[in-house]
Design a protein around this ligand. Sequence first.
Ligand code: SF4
Length: 358
Amino acid sequence: MPIDFATIRELTQDQALERTQAARAELGDRLTILGHHYQADEIVKLADITGDSLELSRRAAKVSSEYIVFCGVHFMAESADMLTAFHQKVILPDLAAGCSMADMATHEELESAIEYLESLGLSILPITYVNSSAAVKKVVGAHGGVVCTSTNAPKIVTWALGQTGKTVLFAPDQHLGRNTSFKLGVSLDQMPLWDPKIHDGGAGEDAYRNARVILWKGHCSVHTRMNKSDVDHWRATDPERKILVHPECTFEVTQSADLAGSTSFIISELAKAPAGSKWAVGTEVNLVKRMAALHPDKDIQPLSKIQCLCSTMFRIDPWHLCWVLENLVEGVVVNQIVVDEETRQFATQALDRMLELS
Ligand code: SF4
């Protein structure tokens, strides 16, 4: 018998966590729980494997359990489904856990952007950030393109820039695309924006013909909440404090920071920093707080005074996790993420290309 979520919602958080542990023990090695670094502490503690998008993609591909419960957002669960075997079931505890950035590029918009740009005589090599739907990854795979994460973006963009005669189209995060390409020597005037809401992208034919990298007009609503005035505040009040940010932050913020890099980079920089060092960290607040708790000998603060929380990640809570696990114990699979065969075939090509190149 399926268990109704309404009955689980009545539990206290402690009860939900206790019952989740019990269900997890009963499922044993039939279950693997994957947890993204931006998840809340109580979820991360229950995860068998934690990581950023790249680590979780890699690890998902090697997991052999029947059920993979993905504590992250929708596009990550789709990637996990594509990288695992057909008999394995990937489950997202709350289907409303999406990503506003991923929603900024649809597969229809990407198809029509490529069609228009190729009508100008360009040969487009699309790169999509992993934060995109499987349908967008399918378009990218079908056009010989590749997926990237914030960790491997420099490698992937370097590879793409080395493909003779190609113009790179980087979607959906303009900031990761701009920050990465600029570091690799591409000037800002060689990176026009493509606005998917305008039929010809809006930057003009000459800008696209002269481009090395065309940037999709998308962004992360969490990382773009941090701005240059946050950096200026720390510089003025605590000049010794180092500023460490994620490349989904704006160009202005990453340029004014001391260091910029992926979630894994942020974690490793903070781990190896000397005791007593002071940091202002520009990324999702759950991760910053976890790092501060993990390194009490260092002074780690969020860059911004605004709580930059990924509200969609936060939808994965102890109640939803308890609900999906108890249903699995009952033999009922709820919230399974299934990518259709045709999408899987092309999107997997783009994902596999990423794994080969990184
Ligand atoms: S932090 Fe930004 S990019 Fe990451 S899942 Fe949340 S909205 Fe999407």
